[in-house]
Design a protein around this ligand. Structure first.
Ligand code: HEC
Length: 159
């Protein structure tokens, strides 16, 4: 081979080498992992809630604020599920012709919604999203306090 044909070859090899070196110095960032509230809230991350905690702690320990707006609970402004304004929305659910649950009162509707979320899906919200394991994490006392609190929250001019 003549010197003339080798020179461009050397240039190409050098360029390729530089490019490869730069690539390994600067590896492309991995694509961000999809984060859904469901993967954020695994059951092992939620401690048992006894019901002796202050009401705000009952909600935050259970992780409800990740997905729900709960009036009066600091930081509870999740948008995955419906705002928990059950004094307003509860009677609407119970009167819904497609409601198939057992609850006759808003209080019982809240308990039922937490223990068996799949029984009735609030219209316009995703199914299979609310955790189904709350029966194992919330004591009866905690559940009662949640229901008593939520049945009193409704829409008002200030919310
Ligand atoms: C990972 C998200 C998520 C978490 C955490 C979650 N929920 Fe939900 N929840 C939903 C979604 C989505 C719906 C609407 C679909 C359905 O009805 O199942 C819903 C529905 C409800 C309803 C029925 C509301 C209505 O307007 O009919 C109640 C009550 C409720 N959740 C209470 C709770 C409570 C209390 C907690 C905490 C102990 C909680 N949720 C935790 C996602 C969540």
């Amino acid at each position: 081979m003549s010197e003339r044909s080798i020179t461009p070859l050397i240039v190409v090899v050098l360029l390729l080498g530089t490019l490869l070196a730069l690539r390994s110095l600067n590896p492309p960032a991995p694509p961000p992992l999809p984060v859904s509230p469901v993967t954020v809230l695994a059951p092992e991350m939620v401690p048992l809630v006894t019901g002796n905690e202050p009401i705000a702690e009952i909600f935050t320990r259970a992780g409800c604020p990740v997905c729900h707006l709960v009036p009066g609970i600091p930081g509870a402004d999740g948008r995955v599920g419906p705002p928990l304004l059950l004094a307003t929305t509860g009677p609407v659910r119970l009167a819904d012709p497609s409601y198939r649950g057992q609850a006759k009162t808003v209080h019982d509707y809240v308990v039922e919604s937490v223990l068996e979320p799949g029984l009735f899906i609030a219209p316009g919200y995703p199914s299979d999203t609310m955790p189904t394991w709350y029966g194992a994490k919330l004591s009866a006392r905690a559940l009662e306090k949640i229901a008593s609190y939520l049945e009193r929250q409704g829409m008002s001019a200030t919310q």
